[in-house]
Design a protein around this ligand. Structure first.
Ligand SMILES: O=C[C@H](O)[C@H](O)COP(=O)(O)O
Ligand SMILES: C=C(OP(=O)(O)O)C(=O)O
Length: 356
């Protein structure tokens, strides 16, 4: 008898809805497409220094409650309009969480927060939310973690991140080379910058790799290369890298590799020692660097929710606090507004001159 040599650790497989079918069920509306495109064009222009503003990717560490996400988006829209002459606000709508070991992997993987892993529902719930937020006029940002999921929703994304745990991954660099939005590569979890610089050199080039097409058919994907890559400094190994010396070293290393120094600072993660309250201090420091003449910082990231902190995840929604993160701790809405308004006041006269 032939010894079985495959799928020994696979329990079962399910066929999933195709990207094309999900898009038929939840189509891209004209209003949503206009929002997403306007967000992409503005971000690309900021990266090319053709728009004097900086862009801020702000929002929950992860989305777990659709009503709270829409509530957040409503508040966000008003603030975005208020500061739009100086700051382009893009809402963090993160559905996929990379875990250090194990844990809830986000709304797509387990939308009902109860280990039922209804991934097909997760994709539909996620796509519908992105569509609803875009229809409100708010551009969205997400982490591109699973190499297949962009086929289901990248048409509704204005900016993508490749996370600290996957920046060095060839699979993610290949995928990012075909994304239609700008993409930020985080430095490694150990603080290493070279992995992000190498990623930028890879992502701008064409690649050939295995993927799926809109009909779910396995395909060889031929990409053109993504010209809108940049670095995201998030600190690492317990040390921050948002300070002016770290930013200047990053600029030097990017230039030495022939790259235009385009740097986003992530105010969270190791830059705030995972203490959400410290994020506003990081944001203030970064705004001061721009005030003092920095030319390379093109954006910031802030993890923000309706209410401060984090909570344990529960499958019983009644036990959970409204608008509080179930992954990393976030600042609350009041602190978010306050921090962004202060940044706006500080930078509104300075950023137009940065272009001159
Ligand atoms: O931003 C989110 C988290 O930092 C990331 O997903 C890792 O989380 P974990 O260390 O709790 O697994
Ligand atoms: C996981 C995240 O960040 P990092 O990859 O920097 O840990 C995140 O921004 O949600």
């Amino acid at each position: 008898m032939t010894v079985i040599t495959e799928n020994l650790n696979v329990e079962s497989q399910e066929v999933l809805i195709t990207p094309a079918e999900l898009k038929r069920r939840i189509p891209l509306t004209d209003a949503a497409a206009n929002t997403i495109n306007a967000g992409r064009v503005a971000i690309n222009n900021i990266l090319k220094r053709e728009d004097h503003r900086i862009f801020l990717v702000v929002g929950p560490c992860s989305i777990h409650d659709i009503d709270a996400a829409k509530d957040y988006a409503q508040r966000f829209k008003k603030l975005a309009e208020e500061v739009s002459d100086t700051l382009l606000l893009v809402m963090r709508v993160y559905f996929e969480k990379p875990r250090t070991t194990v844990g809830w992997k986000g709304l797509i993987n387990d939308p009902y927060l109860n280990d039922t892993f209804k991934i097909e529902d997760g994709l539909a719930i996620g796509r519908q939310l992105l569509s609803d937020i875009a229809e409100m006029g708010v551009p969205t940002a997400t982490e591109a973690l699973d190499p297949i999921s962009p086929q289901y929703m990248q048409d509704l994304i204005s900016w993508a991140a490749i996370g600290a745990r996957t920046t060095e991954s060839q699979t993610h660099r290949e995928m990012a080379s075909g994304l239609s939005s700008a993409v930020g590569f985080k430095n490694g979890t150990d603080g290493g910058l070279q992995v992000a610089i190498n990623a930028l050199m890879s992502v701008s080039k064409p690649h050939r790799f295995l993927g799926i097409d809109g009909e779910g058919q396995v395909a060889i994907i031929h990409t053109k290369g993504n010209p809108h890559g940049h670095v995201v400094l998030r600190g690492g190994s317990g040390k921050p890298n948002y300070d002016s010396v770290s930013v200047s070293l990053c600029e030097q290393e990017m230039r030495a590799s022939g790259l235009l120094p385009n740097i986003m600072v992530d105010c969270s993660h190791a830059n705030s020692n995972k203490d959400p309250a410290l994020q506003t201090l990081v944001a203030e420091n970064v705004a001061n660097q721009i005030l003092e003449g920095n030319q390379s910082i093109i954006g910031l990231m802030i993890e923000s929710n309706i209410n401060f902190g984090s909570q344990k995840l529960s499958s019983n929604r009644a036990e959970m606090q409204y608008g509080v993160s179930v992954t990393d701790g976030c600042i609350g809405w009041d602190a978010t507004e306050d921090s962004i308004r202060k940044m706006h006041a500080k930078l509104k006269d300075v950023l137009p001159k940065r272009m001159a």
